[in-house]
Design a protein around this ligand. Sequence first.
Ligand SMILES: Cc1ncc(COP(=O)(O)O)c(C=O)c1O
Length: 401
Amino acid sequence: MSNITRADFNRYEMNVYNPAPFIPVRGQGSRFWDDADKEYIDFAAGIAVNVMGHCHPEIVRALEEQAHKLWHISNYMCTEPAIRLAKYLVENTFADKVFFANSGGEANEAALKLARRYAYDHYGPEKDQIISFENSFHGRTLFDVTVGGQEKYRTGFGPLPGEVIHVEFNNLEAIKAVISERTCAVMLEPIQGEGGIVPADREFLQAVRKLCDENHALLIYDEVQTGFGRTGYMYAYEAYGVVPDILTSAKGLGAGIAIGAMMTTDSIADTFKPGVHGTTFGGNPLATAVGCRSFELVHNQDFLDGVKKKAELFRELYRELNEEFHCFKEVRGMGLLIGAELTPELSDRLKDIFKACLEEGLFVLTAGHNVIRTVPALNIPDEDIREGFKRYRNALKKLFG
Ligand SMILES: Cc1ncc(COP(=O)(O)O)c(C=O)c1O
């Protein structure tokens, strides 16, 4: 086998991501190493995916055990791991039924199709309007980018699915002005992730729930980023105490293996009869076996309390960092979904901070146009958090010191 280099990426892959100038080759826990053996502390976890860090022995074992049993059999048959994972999700959420997809975007596509079809079946074809929120992000299928509240992701891809309206997030008057009996669904992230870590107000969610009920519209929560223990709750809706009709989950659910899930109640799920929707790989035995182990590890009160404790340590270290550099206007979020908004003077330095951190051996993410996002593994050791902040400090000192 010939050596693969970073230059080969430009030669052979489409450049939709503009990846870092090195190639990560192995990871362990919350650290990983590149092709020059440089070590990085991982505050990104594969964009809120690797909830148990890299190569967690229990997750590796689940994958290996299933790899020796059954990889793929098709949806002509059901499989034990998928049924088990669906049972875990149903027994521990508001939902009665689960549909498995392969990603967050696909889970959202399924949710949107379900909402439209449910309205069509129960109220007729006129009830087709979908309301979503500015700055939201729901994935990259054509329906997802249409419902997502960021113009840049849909520019040039038209014609787009119709009857989608975007209103300002957390603005009750704005949604009141457009919702009606023609609305079939309202879709939102309880905490906007890609848009800049912007939490919904509790009163706003309560009022949206009420508006949906009054107008016979389904409330869809996209918990692709907020779900699966990320906030210190299994799903963020538990923290808000406002229950949706449909919820999507992905990212952490597979602890690094591609999977998505769309969950709902029996009466809504009934719309998806055989043949109405489907996927070749969704709910395959490998992904769902890993999902089961991931669920068993994360769905544990001590573990979730640990997420909240680690979040406090992040906040404390952010306070220290800000006392020294005064570069953050606000640090916000819930649990280990943390956004640090830069002060207006530094808002054009986001990329510089990201790059300086990488140079110092720390992988952070960005969100929106002025937010540093940290979404580490939920089991990140405290010493890795401290070491990560040392490197963060070095990066800021280099830039602003
Ligand atoms: C809230 C939310 N929804 C949907 C998606 C899309 O998920 P995927 O990239 O797995 O399709 C993302 C990805 O970042 C997300 O954050």
